[in-house]
Design a binder for this molecule. Structure first.
Ligand SMILES: Cc1cc2nc3c(=O)[nH]c(=O)nc-3n(C[C@H](O)[C@H](O)[C@H](O)COP(=O)(O)O)c2cc1C
Length: 182
């Protein structure tokens, strides 16, 4: 399967980027392809008022990578009690309805603070749910982000195990949707 891992921010030095790489690796280890789609890759034309209607080749290529996903894992940092604006702008670039319709989606929240991006993920789930995504119910939340990474990787074994368990569960979720013709 082709799993797209969306890193939900374009911030330079983002920890979500590190986490996204670890998530992508977990799918590759299981024999699947993983495409890390970083919001930092968005070309500046995403701000062009015409981009909603007509996209240049660079932006279209990123949209196409998303559309090629058998499943999408969104890594969502908490910014001002919600998810980053750049992530919503990207979502608004996706075609309707095929961007989300019947597409399996999983969620991981990451925040510096104690609320562990719960609100950010739930805000984002409202959008994905509204757009008829198939939402994998087992989410993962990580707080105190600046203490969680050593040499670019999660340092807490318990969190690493939860990440691996989510990857296993999400793959089963996608498979069972397929078997049921969903
Ligand atoms: C614009 C901005 C707003 C933020 N707002 C919050 C917040 O509301 N709550 C919180 O716990 N952390 C907040 N943070 C910290 C991020 O959650 C933290 O940097 C975390 O590591 C995930 O974001 P990152 O991928 O950019 O590192 C904010 C960071 C930025 C850049």
């Amino acid at each position: 399967m082709n799993i797209v891992v969306v890193c939900g921010t374009n911030r330079e030095g983002s920890l979500s980027r590190l986490l996204s790489a670890e998530v992508a690796e977990s799918y590759e280890k299981r024999g699947h392809t993983a495409d890390l789609l970083d919001m930092r890759e968005l070309p500046t034309e995403v701000l062009d008022p015409n981009a909603y209607k007509e996209k240049g080749s660079a932006l279209q290529a990123i949209v196409d990578r998303f559309l090629a996903a058998d499943g999408v894992v969104f890594v969502i940092p908490e910014y001002n009690g919600s998810y980053p604006g750049i992530l919503k702008l990207f979502i608004d670039m996706l075609p309707y309805p095929e961007g989300f319709d019947s597409r399996p989606c999983a969620f991981i929240g990451l925040a510096a603070g104690e609320f562990k991006s719960l609100r950010a993920v739930e805000h984002f789930q409202q959008v994905a749910g509204y757009r008829n995504a198939y939402i994998y119910p087992r989410r993962m939340f990580i707080g105190q982000s600046f203490q969680q990474f050593v040499d670019g990787r999660l340092s807490d074994d318990e969190l690493s195990k939860r990440l691996q368990a989510q990857s296993d569960g999400f793959l089963c979720f996608i498979e069972s949707l397929r078997q049921n013709g969903a």
